[in-house]
Design a protein around this ligand. Structure first.
Ligand code: AMP
Length: 402
């Protein structure tokens, strides 16, 4: 079914056209009618499925003309996501007079205050900075008609739930609430029961869904050779842009340094960097100024960068869900991507959990020509016939052009 059959406001349909979308994604097909009809919704869908447009398009369609009081509030766990979602709203609303603002910490108050004073229809915010404006009377939530709680599981991880609850109670009781979380553990279920009224459930991919357009591979390696293997992998892989995930901020800095020495253009994204550094890193990665971005999980969650051809887990994520989120940064919107994970014997338990979680065995590869230490670990016995496969991935393997 094309977008035009979904009863969206005509100027929004033009915004969709300008964005270059032709057909709705599955979550858009299912969520848009529910949101237009005014119902509450609980959606479990990963980023990369078109989730943002699934709520932004019907919300904007219902708003009509610009008014001075904010009528829509979207809560996001990170500054980058807040900025990204605000940009999506702004793009879809380009043929209307509706105004939007992104409100997040780490930058000055001046511009955000000026925008708020002019009057905005949609606020996309991280909880902390939003609360600052609520407390000093700059933002009042009593006219909020639609509240979107996005990436709630990540807000839980980041300790935001108490403040999120405070924000919910300040919104009008007559509001519509849209709630998105990849998983719904008990704490999240309790906040859902608290915030939502008779929600429609929309599950697009089950929690363990792994994007089918990604090739996954594991590279077993000794701990002492990890960074050398990373450098060798990058040297032999034909990538457009690659996202490297590390467990710690310090580790990210170290790896970034090493990759710079290997002549890569490298951006670093983690929570210890200033907001301006984070903005510069992300913008530079998006524009292609940096071909490599080294990041921790918190900073990179949900980030939508077109054309990420490779994700490399320098450190195996401890949490299996994070594996899905990290690798979901590639293979977005129908493009293909590769996801490599360096695994030391110490992490073999984690990788087994991940395979169980995603319900799929990830092939183990060895990089041809790399001088593995004699005791390079093998995570499972290779079959006698084939041994470990050499690095030969569809499209993205070393030396192969995509
Ligand atoms: P999201 O899940 O909201 O992070 O969206 C993932 C990516 O899919 C973004 O780059 C969107 O611009 C893109 N996208 C969303 N909806 C569509 C659509 N209907 N057609 C094509 N691309 C889309």
């Amino acid at each position: 079914m094309p977008f035009k059959n979904l009863q969206l406001f005509e100027p929004i349909l033009r915004g969709i056209q300008s964005a270059g979308y032709t057909d709705p994604t599955p979550i858009q097909l299912r969520a848009i009618p529910v949101v237009l009809a005014g119902g509450d919704l609980i959606g479990s869908a990963q980023t990369g499925t078109g989730k943002t447009a699934a709520f932004a398009l019907p919300i904007l369609s219902k708003l009509g003309r610009h008014q001075l009081q904010p009528r829509v509030l979207v809560l996001e766990p990170t500054r980058e996501l807040a900025a990204q979602v605000d940009t999506a709203f702004r793009d879809f609303a380009r043929y209307t007079d509706l105004r939007t603002v992104a409100v997040f910490g780490g930058v000055g108050y001046g511009r955000q205050r000026a925008e708020l004073r002019r009057g905005v229809d949609v606020i996309t915010a991280t909880p902390g900075r939003l609360m600052d404006y609520i407390k000093d009377g700059m933002i009042n939530l009593r006219d909020i008609q639609v509240l979107v709680l996005d990436e709630v599981d990540r807000m839980l991880d980041m300790g935001f739930l108490p403040i999120v609850k405070e924000i919910i109670v300040r919104c009008s009781r007559e509001r519509q609430t849209l709630f998105f979380s990849a998983t719904v553990p008990p704490e999240i279920q309790s906040i859902a029961s608290f915030a939502l009224r008779q929600p429609t459930r929309v599950e697009i991919e089950v929690n363990r869904y792994v994007n089918q357009s990604i090739n996954h591979a594991i590279y077993p390696v000794a701990f002492s050779q990890k960074s050398d293997l990373l450098v060798a992998l990058l040297a032999t892989t034909d990538f457009d842009s690659v996202l490297v995930f590390c467990r710690t901020k310090h580790g990210s800095d170290k790896i970034a340094h090493k990759l710079k020495n290997a002549n890569h253009t490298v951006a670093v994204l983690h929570a210890n960097r200033s907001q301006n550094q984070r903005i510069e890193a992300l913008a530079g990665f998006k524009s292609g100024k940096y071909k490599v971005m080294v990041a921790t999980d918190i900073a990179a969650r949900g980030i939508d960068v077109a054309g990420v051809t490779h994700v490399i887990n320098y450190d195996v994520p401890e949490n299996s869900e994070d594996y899905v989120h990290r690798t979901g940064r590639t293979g977005r919107a129908q493009a293909m991507g590769d996801a490599f994970t360096l695994v030391t014997p110490e992490n073999s338990g984690n990788i087994r959990n991940i395979q169980r979680f995603i319900g799929k065995k990830i092939p183990e590869l060895r990089l041809d020509g790399f001088e593995y230490q004699p005791l390079a670990p093998r995570l499972s016995k290779p079959s006698r016939k084939s041994g470990l496969r050499q690095h030969q991935l569809r499209g993205g393997g070393p030396g192969q052009r995509r």
